[in-house]
Design a protein around this ligand. Sequence first.
Ligand code: SAH
Ligand code: SF4
Ligand code: F3S
Length: 484
Amino acid sequence: MTRRQDNIDVPTTAEPTAFGKKVFVRTYGCQMNVYDSDRMTEVLAREGYEATDTPEDADLVLLNTCHIREKAAEKVYSELGRLRKIKDERARDGKSTMIGVAGCVAQAEGAEISRRAPVVDLVVGPQSYHQLPGLLNRAKSGEKVVETEFDIDAKFEDLSRAAVKPVRQRPPSAFLTVQEGCDKFCTFCVVPYTRGAEVSRPVSQIVEEARRMAAEGVREVTLLGQNVNAYHGEGPDGKTWGLGRLLRELAEISGLDRLRYTTSHPRDMDEDLIEAHRDLKSLMPYLHLPVQSGSDKILKAMNRKHTRDEYFKLIDRIRDAAPGLALSGDFIVGFPGETDADFEDTMDLIRRVEYGSAFSFKYSQRPGTPGATMANQVPEDIKSARLLELQALLTEQQRAFNASRLGMVCDVLLEKKGRQPGQLTGKSPWLQAVQVDAPEDLIGTIQAVEIIEIGSNSLFGARIGRQDEHLSTAPDLKEVAFDA
Ligand code: SAH
Ligand code: SF4
Ligand code: F3S
């Protein structure tokens, strides 16, 4: 059933029933969860829920969870312990509180969550967020609801409709999920199990959403997917479009000055996408391209489907097309069977590639993945020592990359208030945080900045003459609470 309001068809289960109620959403894990949390907040706003950033005030608390490593999953249970106390205190004041667990832990553990934490009223997997109002109604009548079906097309069709009114002002930089799920089955990874098979949204749906974002003041869009460069959506011509072609289409939208995408797999970096980096001014010179290991033996055991040599050749092609592009990556140390020599291969790969930034992790055994039951698990102390060594090298490379920006003039998209009064924080084209002295009304503008100082976590820039041509219409940047 649909309700017609403000000339927008809004799917709903009934008239708003939650006026005056508040929802608190806490987000863990990757950017796709950040995107999903915003969409859930929008769906709930149609029901009358208002977002709050204090769980004590919330009639509904949603934890949007991550299952990627053991620590990420365990965080959820300690948070549920805290929420139990809040729920009890609110009950003493005569207020009821619903608690829902969404995201990848919900998908992976299902009903087990409310068995282990009876405080939980609702468990909802990532493909069922469009059904939230109906699920909440069932939970309100006392049912312990668990919904973990995969119906990804319906999810995006429903979630991508305009909110009745924007829940909050869009920030100048926003995420847009274009692809979800993964068919790669790397042997360490839970994503193919928690997010299901790869699905790409149709081009027209994405373009419409991006246009709406631009109209609401968004200047930079980061396209998201667990395997974003495997994107293969249906184009308006009925043919299958890859990510390169989609980026070319989005680059035409006026007001969208910056495009990014994440996360990519080396196997899916096709020529068209590499050429998009060469041709599109708005495609930022930054690429997150995880390799995980530099050892052919470990890459094979991880089922990464490429060798170190193929990765080097790919990096050469990318750098030929887009000189100066900053590379980023993910690394896992201590995968089962990793010897000192394998680890050395990873260190050698890092030295050869030279990363601008990177994320690195100790291997974590995930239930149900092939890696969890492999022989030759690496002892924890060896993993820790290797991680320290690897991170020292990556930090050194990041510092060198940052230092190489000193004295450069570059565009910075000013996104929000900075650490010091009178300062704003923005991003360089290479995704570095830059602090700039500037008045608040410049939030949402792109300014030419000279990099004048290199700090340990961010760069400092001074504005130079040129002014941005379009001023922001979106200065109110109140954010939904989230933990990245
Ligand atoms: N789709 C992306 C990665 C998504 S998960 C890709 O293919 O690269 C983000 C990162 O978490 C991975 O790149 C990997 O480095 C890390 N990761 C995933 N599973 C892990 C595990 N079991 N233990 C440690 N790190 C893991
Ligand atoms: Fe996980 Fe591999 Fe898929 Fe990335 S490509 S999401 S690491 S299975
Ligand atoms: Fe975590 Fe799920 Fe993202 S496991 S990294 S929240 S896809």
